[in-house]
Design a protein. Structure first.
Length: 382
C-alpha cells in the first residue's frame, strides 16, 4: 500500500527540517527525507556551531527575519528543554571604512534591537586579548551568539517526528514532468507520492535540477579551524570573548565553546565543489592563512595548535539572497535554498514562510524568486 502525503520535503537541513516542522504543526501529513541524515557531515547545516546575529548593514529584511528566528529558536529550545543557543554576544569590528557598522547600527535602532557602540579605547579596555591594529570602532549585539548547529537540526527533526512528521533516509532523483507531478522516485526505486514537493537540498539543488539551477546555485569549499587555547586561560571563552566578525578581513570566529578551541573561518567564497565528492581534509594553505590571522589578532595564541578542522560548503545564489519559489514547469514543486554563509539562523522563519506560501496566506518576497537569480556571482548579502 502506497502512502500519499500532503507534502514531501526533500532535504533535512535547517531549512527542510523547519519547513517540515511548521507543516506538521499545522496538521499536514508530511514526509521528510534526506540522502544522508539530518545535520550529516556533508551538509551545509552540519558542524558544531553557527552564528546568530541581527546585523545586516542596511538590509532590514534579514534583520527582521533574524529577530523573529531568534524568538522561535528560544521558544523551541525552552519547549524541548534543549540548551543549544549560546548567548555569547556578537562583536562587529570595523577598520577605516565603517560604513557597514554604521548602517547596522541604524537598522538595529529602527528594529528595536539592543546594541552597544564602542570606540577604540573602550574596545581595548574590554577585549585586551584582541590586537586591534587598524580597528576604529566596534558594535556589540549582546543578545546574539551561536547556535549549536548539528544538534539543533537533529532536535528539530526529532520534535517534528513527535508531531507526526515521518522521517526516512532516501535519495530522491531529479523529478520529471510538467504541471502537477504525482510522485518522485528514490534511487532504490521507491515512489513517494504527495500533493506538494519541497526540495530543500542545499548544495545538491544544482545536481538535482542541473538545467534549471546548475548555473544559479554556487556550492563552494569552506575551511574552518579550531585553535587550542593555553591551559587554564579563560580569555578566549565566553563571557570574556564574544563571537566576532572582522568585516574588512572577511574572517569571523567564535570563542572557545564546549572546550573545542577558538574557531576561525574565512568568509570569502572558495572554489566550486561537488558536495558528494569534494575532499573533507583541510588544506595546508588554509591552515597557514588561519594561523597568520590568529597570530596577528590574538597574540596570546601565538604558537597555539590547530586541534580540529572542518571542511564544509556554502551554497549561494548569485548575490546571497535566498531562493524560495515554485519550479517554473512543475507547479507543485518548490525550490528552497541558497542560504549558506548566513542562512542557518533563519531556519525557523524560512520554514514558516515556505509553509505559508504552500498553504496560502503568505505574501511572496521578490528577492527570493527564481526570476531574480542570475548566473554571475556578485555578492551583496553578508
Amino acid at each position: 500500500m502506497t502512502t500519499r502525503y500532503d507534502v514531501a520535503v526533500i532535504g533535512a537541513g535547517v531549512f527542510g527540517a523547519w519547513t517540515a516542522w511548521h507543516l506538521g504543526r499545522r496538521g499536514k501529513r508530511v514526509l521528510l527525507a534526506d540522502a544522508y541524515g539530518p545535520g550529516n557531515a556533508r551538509a551545509s547545516s552540519a558542524g558544531e556551531s553557527r552564528i546568530i546575529r541581527m546585523g545586516y548593514g542596511a538590509d532590514e529584511l534579514y534583520t527582521r527575519w533574524s529577530l523573529r528566528s531568534l524568538a522561535q529558536w528560544k521558544e523551541f529550545f525552552a519547549a524541548t528543554r534543549q540548551m543549544l543557543l549560546r548567548e555569547t554576544g556578537v562583536l562587529w569590528l570595523a577598520g577605516k571604512d565603517d560604513t557597514r557598522v554604521r548602517q547596522t547600527a541604524e537598522t538595529l535602532r529602527r528594529c528595536g534591537v539592543a546594541f552597544e557602540e564602542m570606540g577604540r579605547t573602550e574596545l581595548e579596555r574590554r577585549y585586551p586579548q584582541i590586537w586591534l591594529d587598524g580597528i576604529t570602532k566596534g558594535l556589540l549585539e549582546p543578545h546574539s551568539g551561536a547556535l549549536m548547529a548539528r544538534r539543533a537540526v537533529a532536535a528539530v527533526v526529532e520534535d517534528a517526528v513527535s508531531r507526526g512528521v515521518e522521517y526516512r533516509v532516501a535519495h530522491v532523483a531529479e523529478p520529471h514532468g510538467a504541471g502537477a507531478i504525482g510522485a518522485v522516485k528514490t534511487s532504490s526505486g521507491e515512489r513517494i507520492e504527495a500533493s506538494t514537493f519541497v526540495f530543500a537540498c542545499g548544495a545538491w539543488l544544482g545536481k538535482i535540477f542541473p538545467d534549471l539551477l546548475g548555473a544559479r546555485i554556487f556550492p563552494s569549499r569552506q575551511e574552518v579551524f579550531f585553535f587550542g587555547v593555553p591551559a587554564g586561560d579563560a580569555r578566549f571563552a565566553p563571557p570574556a570573548l564574544p563571537t566576532w566578525l572582522f568585516q574588512e578581513d572577511e574572517i569571523y570566529g567564535m570563542p572557545d565553546l564546549e572546550s573545542r578551541g577558538l574557531k576561525i573561518a574565512v568568509d570569502r567564497h572558495g572554489g566550486r565543489v561537488d558536495p558528494d565528492t569534494q575532499s573533507r581534509l583541510a588544506s595546508a594553505e588554509g591552515a597557514e592563512e588561519a594561523r597568520r590571522f590568529v597570530e596577528q589578532r590574538f597574540p596570546g595564541l601565538r604558537g597555539a595548535p590547530i586541534v580540529e578542522t572542518r571542511v564544509c560548503q556554502y551554497e549561494n545564489t548569485w548575490n546571497g539572497d535566498f531562493l524560495i519559489d515554485r519550479h517554473p514547469e512543475m507547479e507543485n514543486v518548490w525550490l528552497v535554498g541558497g542560504g549558506s554563509g548566513h542562512g542557518f539562523k533563519h531556519g525557523p522563519v524560512v520554514g514558516e514562510y515556505v509553509a505559508g506560501r504552500i498553504l496560502g496566506g503568505a505574501a511572496s518576497e521578490e528577492r527570493f524568486s527564481l526570476a531574480s537569480k542570475e548566473t554571475v556571482q556578485r555578492r551583496a548579502v553578508f
